[in-house]
Ligand binder design. Structure first.
Ligand code: NAD
Length: 480
């Protein structure tokens, strides 16, 4: 009998209103791990009502901003104390490497400490007036109940990017995690309760996007939606939010360019290209899936990337020796495979990979794949695959590669490999991407704001600026 998890609402476990559960499977072994409550409108209703009561509860509403920060610090400490447990849970749920999860867990408390520090720096200003009798000042207030919807590829980190600023701003929250990865987000809510957040401040309703997710987005008491996931779902959520004039922060898909110039250290660039696309089996929004190499270093880069890709150790994500785990679920494997087939039918060549590797586990594994003979007109270059598939293309000039790199509906991230400082600055200025990395890829911190340009998102996560996403500004006039 596998474990069964209810929703976490109002500081306690609550069974789903209609008694339905769904199973979650380990993508490496295909074992059923647990079942989670299949949320419906009634469960969302209960969670939002609890969050609304908590928002008005003096225990939370009147807590000083400094004390709010104190609770966030305690939550960060608890996450640190439970790091190994959380890392193992997430590896079992989505197949991410355990050593990568350990790395994530080593820094995750810092997100809570960072927002703990920001909690009492949220402030207004006194505004000059034309009369000495008039006092005008502004204050920043919480929004109310925030609805957070998160994907499966990095549940703990991506939930934290919403939860920590929402709590620092004095809001309450209802989280709907991905149906593929409910477990760590439920545990996070339990730890928030243990840290001392009053009942109802942090709630989790598990279930499917079209059921619990849609009910949360459409709930009239929700003051804001914070979403990370695909551009298609983000667009539907933005339309629903717009019809009720509520704000949303959307972190969406990507098809990021990773550009290697002729003056780059090609060995370092090859390692950056490999890490950019094959980390987490390519299942990251920032995956550097379009690689542009200057014609003069194209062959050398291709050899180095392909050689490293062939040596990647694929297998059980819980083993320290493994470098690439499985894809997170069966439909992901089908999707990646069908994109590679589509690429080939469009004229692409598979330099390496393009199949399920030999692994002594039954899970959803896919080989690191390098495609050549590709160009910007092909769907395999234009659309997000969300798997370990790199498309590598040559270019001749800086102007040409800028045009090619920016010729995409997405604008999440970009990588540039060059030893020419002036070129690095030029590229950073002209690339249409919310994050640009030069001679590195994937660097990230709670202090550094990130935003998706174009169809990659709306609003800012991380950094001081993110507090504006979770508070509203009021202007107060007093006739003295
Ligand atoms: P998804 O859009 O399918 O699902 C994301 C979440 O939305 C899930 O919890 C799902 O249940 C829910 N959902 C689905 N339909 C819904 C609806 N109609 N109403 C409300 N909720 C609904 O995305 P996914 O497959 O879970 O995640 C992969 C996508 O996420 C990729 O496109 C990836 O690029 C993107 N992503 C972006 C970032 C970023 O920071 N920009 C980070 C990670 C992942």
């Amino acid at each position: 009998m596998t474990e069964q998890f209810d929703h976490f609402i109002d500081g306690r476990w609550q069974a789903p209103a209609d008694g339905q559960y769904f199973e979650s499977t380990n993508p490496a072994t295909l074992e059923v791990l647990y079942s989670a409550a299949r949320g419906t409108g009634a469960d969302v209703e209960a969670a939002v009502a609890a969050a609304r009561r908590a928002f008005e509860n003096p225990l939370w509403r009147d807590l000083s901003q400094t004390r709010r920060g104190h609770l966030l610090r305690r939550l960060g400490d608890l996450i640190g104390e439970h790091a190994e447990e959380l890392a193992r849970m997430e590896t079992a749920d989505n197949g991410k490497l355990l050593r990568e999860m350990r790395g994530q867990l080593a820094t995750l408390p810092e997100y809570y400490y960072y927002y703990a520090g920001l909690a009492d720096k949220v402030q207004g200003h006194q505004i000059p007036t034309s009369s000495v009798e008039m006092l005008n000042y502004t204050q920043r207030e919480p929004l109310g109940v925030v609805g957070a919807i998160t994907p499966w590829n990095s549940p703990l980190t991506l939930t934290t990017s919403k939860l920590a600023p929402a709590l620092a701003g004095g809001n309450t929250i209802v989280i709907k995690p991905s149906e593929y990865t409910s477990r760590t987000v439920l545990r996070l809510a339990e730890l928030a309760s243990e840290a001392g957040f009053p009942d109802g401040v942090v709630n989790v309703v598990t279930g499917f996007g079209a059921e619990a997710g849609a009910a949360l987005v459409g709930h009239p008491e929700i003051a804001k939606i914070s979403f990370t996931g695909s551009t298609a779902t983000g667009s539907a959520i933005a339309s629903s939010a717009a019809s009720r004039f509520i704000g949303c922060t959307l972190e969406l898909g990507g098809k990021s360019p990773n550009i290697v110039f002729e003056d780059a250290n090609v060995s370092n660039a090859a390692m950056g290209v490999v890490a950019g696309i094959f980390a987490a089996a390519g299942q990251t929004c920032i995956a550097g899936s379009r690689v542009f190499a200057h014609r003069s270093v194209y062959d050398e880069l291709l050899d180095k990337v392909a050689e490293r890709a062939r040596r990647i150790v694929i297998g059980d994500p819980a083993l320290d020796s493994t470098e690439l785990g499985p894809l997170a679920f069966s439909a992901q494997q089908d999707k990646v495979n069908s994109y590679v087939e589509l690429g080939v039918s469009e004229g692409a060549k598979v330099l390496t990979g393009g199949c399920r590797p030999e692994v002594d586990l039954p899970g959803y594994f896919y080989s690191p794949t390098v495609l050549t003979d590709v160009d910007n007109s092909m769907r395999v270059v234009r659309e997000e695959i969300f798997g370990p598939v790199a498309a590598i293309m040559p270019f001749e000039t800086e102007e040409e590669v800028l045009r090619l790199a920016n010729d995409t509906e997405y604008g999440l991230a970009a990588g540039v490999w060059t030893q020419n400082l002036a070129r690095a600055h030029r590229m950073a200025r002209r690339l249409e991407a919310g994050t640009v990395w030069v001679n590195t890829y994937r660097a990230m911190s709670p202090m550094s704001p990130r935003q998706g340009f174009k169809n990659s998102g709306v609003g800012i996560e991380h950094g001081i600026e993110s507090m504006n996403e979770y508070t509203r500004l009021k202007s107060v006039w007093i006739n003295t």
